[in-house]
Design a protein around this ligand. Sequence first.
Ligand SMILES: [Zn+2]
Length: 683
Amino acid sequence: MPFTYNIDYSANHVGNESYIKMIADAPPALLHVGHDVPFKSMYGPADQLDCWSRRMLSPQEARDRIGVLREYVSQLHNAGARLVIPYVCSMFIFGDVKKRTGFWEFYDNWEKYQEFGFGSKPKRDPITWCYGKPRPLNVKEFDAGYVYEPCMNDPDWRRFLRTTIAHIAKVGYDGVFSDVNATRCPKACCRRLFSNYLEARYTRKQIRELFGFKSPKDVRMGREGEGLLWVETVRFRGERAASLFAELRNEGRKFRDTFFVLPNLSPFQHVDGVWRRVGCSHVFASWARECPVIMYEEMHQPGLLAEGVVSNFIFQFKYAFAHTARAGTLLYHAQDPSGVHIGIAEAAAGGGGCLIQGHYPSPEVRRKFRAHFSRHPELFADMLPYSFVGLVFFYEQLAWGTRSHLENAFRIAEELTAKHVLFDLIVERNLRLDDLRRYRAIVACDLENLSDAQANDLLEYVKQGGTLVAIGQLGKSDDRGTERPKPILEQIPAESWSEVYPGVGQADYGKGKCIKSDDLGQILSPAPFELFMYTEDEVNDINKVFELIGKSRMQPRRDRTRKLVDQVRKAAGEVAISDCEETLRFNAYTRTQGDAISLMLHAVNYNLPIRARGQSGPVVPATHIPVKLPLPNGWRAGSIRICSPPDEGMVELPFKQRAAVLSFEIPKVDIYSLVEVTAKSGT
Ligand SMILES: [Zn+2]
């Protein structure tokens, strides 16, 4: 289910009646506040409700604070926020080890706070929990000094964090937000765990042969470019962060049995931001096992940055869905009514999850959407994606060093969305024959590392009638980095191949087809402006983005190659559902109950000009949109209705069904419309 979500770290909420009233006016389903916590993760007992400390609280003051916060959280619940969570950071300590201020003042007085469950004073000074060089905070008026980074695997640090979480649960919070979650600790705390991790996955002999470690004491973590050692390091750090989230959640569940941890995974709208965080523990696949919702911290709102340049976050939602989790997109620029509207609509179209809205502008939009979601779960709940194409994206391929795998996954995803191809992302966990069979075509680009089982399943999928589009290297090496003696596609006899375009070959294999090209450019060349190819700093600055778009317009126009979708269509049958404008974008889901089927087609109109930070519109409506939707074999449509959430009211649409193809016209989409097809299977 999609839901509404607001985030605000202001320090003036507690005991503030007008704040509670403002929340009650348009309460989000999930309210995320800042440092309104009994003990701050950066300091322990600290005064006031911002992220700093001016002085340490006495035990009596800490007791009073707990009472005040319990009342406050209960007020927020009564105001209508279904879930309320505060902030912790999994990896920062503030203070000065030499002056014994900040966290060290608490450490030196640890025993005085025994009653709060912090246990015995850790024997090792907190400086030994940390790695790397402390950075000056430059906030003189506060008791800050430096920021130190404790290792999230340090047992004393974890014990301290667990106690802060226990207090958060005890005052009534429903969960907690965990920030930053990035560690590259090379110290013994991690080396020992890494050695255990390797031993659980490999025999001693394999550890010697694959990594060159003669004994456990030789084990060290990998660095970028070190092949399997780096891949295992990336996995290990992801698993360790997940284990921390599980530990914190379980601590919270001692006091609230549905307590959850919602972690920040940083941005995913640009290759730079993803690439620079590889190896810092941001592994969605690991986190998703412990956390139902994961935050992406982004900047822009969805909409149209310039002609042909759509800002959207559908990749993030699909990536989350592929791991059976949901994404929350923190979009700082989604502020005005149309920006909030399209942000929430995109989350609903992405299969659930949420727009994480900074502060509370445009309350009427949030209020209406929340009411709509709660009145109409039948439109959103328990749905599975309905898609014709699977696009493979393996995060681990980045650990193998293949940056182009991500660049091209973004490029292909944008093309499929723009051309109205319903598609899902295929990630490591679901590249299996049973999952592949759901798709008419599978597209993989620069997927250099595949296990034997994955390679076999891809070929078997083709044999059984699927279409595989393989661009660049496919399974050149196995999942341990060993180069295969012979490329996977050489199993298809050489004489089967014929050239369909220069540089693009196609072959029949079994009942299916394979399309291959050494270079994506032969079949899909880059768009004149691709936001995801710029640096994190550039993308984050909207004026810079407009400037870069302007510059790209000064370049001579080159013809673009966009044959990918046509080629897939020729080989696999129709995969696109409309030929309408590229700014209108579709996602579809189904739910089956007995022989009754609901198919929900979400249409989001990105023709919403983005004018500045927090300013967009007016939307340019899409009208008279022709849709030809292939239904699964044997389905017979009974009715089609359309609504435009959050507005109420369903309208019947006329339709025709010829064989399996359902044809209808959507009269108009402003920002968001939802088409419900009711069908029966069987006759
Ligand atoms: Zn460590």
